[in-house]
Design a protein around this ligand. Structure first.
Ligand SMILES: O=P(O)(O)OC[C@H]1O[C@H](O[C@H]2O[C@H](CO)[C@@H](O)[C@H](O)[C@H]2O)[C@H](O)[C@@H](O)[C@@H]1O
Length: 345
């Protein structure tokens, strides 16, 4: 695919929720990759981080999608004296692991593929750089992980692509040498080079260290709407014990990780009720979280394309983008088919 990021914002239909959380390095070049025909240039090899539930299929209702991240338990009788308890999630996880083996098992092969290539590293935050924890405000990154990311950025351009607000994820990561895309790619801070100034969604700004940067915010017109919805949700969720509403600037997260399952239905109904008044917003599903975001044809995949372009890495044959992520929204980046080639590179 030619890297021609579409910086306008066509409307799209919501995709089916998919709760296969995974950590992936894209690779068409590795064994067992089910996506070999799709990913021509980037490395893709999913590593599961969370057990996929058996309900990882198209969901027709919000409640079904919410339940998909909480599989029921099954007891299997191993023999007459021992009972082996495996949840449906365990079984699904084992099968999934067979289909998507660990990238670490193919490390040498990845290194061979990367030889002589200019790498560009894209990292998701929650569940990838940090552990999944009950309180989203406490999803801190370990110092060891921070050192590893800093080290990587010494060798190749490294960007964080998160569903969080850009400020929040920067606060967690705290490395000035990286590029950051928050709100599922709807808020990108990137170098000034290569970005055309006539793009209405791109404004010149300066980052915390005073360096000149470009800010790309394709959903800026939605800001008042998102704030309004955030306020309504905070008010409504006061009636649902354990629910937490998080403002991610261009999107809003409604967390139900700490909500009793019997209240999930009512939580989902509240969200749907509010969304009825906002046809330009849509609902997507993450890990025990409902996410409200603008109906824009923009996602983490588009953000990766945009960053590659702004880093001047789209026209070279020897560029190898690597994306590591664990969630449904990261699949949008896995799906990007980079055909980065031009004869004069
Ligand atoms: O794109 P990401 O960086 O992976 O962000 C996706 C969402 O991550 C956060 O929620 C998830 O992690 C929390 C902390 O471990 C956990 O409590 C929650 O259940 C998970 O869904 C973040 O809070 C969301 O706003 C992000 O959209």
């Amino acid at each position: 695919m030619d890297l021609k990021p579409n910086h306008t914002s066509p409307v799209l239909a919501d995709s089916a929720p998919m709760n296969n959380s995974r950590l992936g390095i894209n690779s068409s070049l590795l064994p067992y990759s089910p996506n070999a025909s799709v990913f021509s240039r980037s490395l893709h090899l999913p590593i599961p981080r969370r057990r996929p539930g058996i309900l990882d299929d198209v969901r027709s209702s919000v409640l079904d999608a919410m339940k998909a991240s909480s599989p029921t338990h099954t007891t299997l009788t191993k023999d007459s004296s021992t009972e082996l308890t495996l949840s449906d999630g365990d079984i699904a996880y084992r099968n999934w692991m067979i289909k998507y083996p660990s990238a670490l098992a193919s490390f040498e092969q990845i290194a061979n593929v990367a030889k002589g290539k200019q790498l560009a590293l894209f990292l998701d935050y929650d569940g990838t750089l940090s552990q999944i924890v009950d309180n989203p405000d406490h999803a801190f990154m370990s110092n060891a992980m921070r050192d590893a990311v800093r080290n990587a950025s010494n060798y190749f351009p490294t960007a964080i692509i998160s569903g969080r607000s850009r400020d929040k994820v920067y606060e967690f990561v705290g490395l000035t040498e990286l590029y950051y895309a928050g709100s599922h790619g709807m808020d990108i801070m990137c170098p000034v080079q290569s970005i055309s100034n006539d793009n209405v969604n791109c404004i010149r700004s300066s980052e915390k260290q005073g360096k000149e940067v470009n800010l790309f915010q394709p959903a800026s017109e939605f800001l008042p709407m998102i704030d309004e919805v955030f306020i309504s949700l905070v008010e409504t969720m006061k009636g649902v014990a354990g629910a937490k509403v998080e403002n991610n600037k261009f999107c809003v997260s409604v967390h139900y990780r700490n909500v009793e399952e019997k209240s999930w239905k009512v939580l989902g109904q509240h969200v749907e009720e509010i969304l009825k008044n906002y046809p330009r917003l849509r609902l997507t599903h993450g890990r025990k979280v409902l996410e409200i975001r603008p109906v824009l044809d923009w996602d983490k995949g588009k953000a990766v394309e945009f960053l590659l372009e702004s880093l001047g890495l789209v026209d070279c044959d020897d560029v190898l983008p690597i994306y590591v992520g664990d969630d449904r929204t990261d699949e949008d980046a896995f799906k990007v088919n980079f055909n980065i080639s031009r004869a004069d590179c």
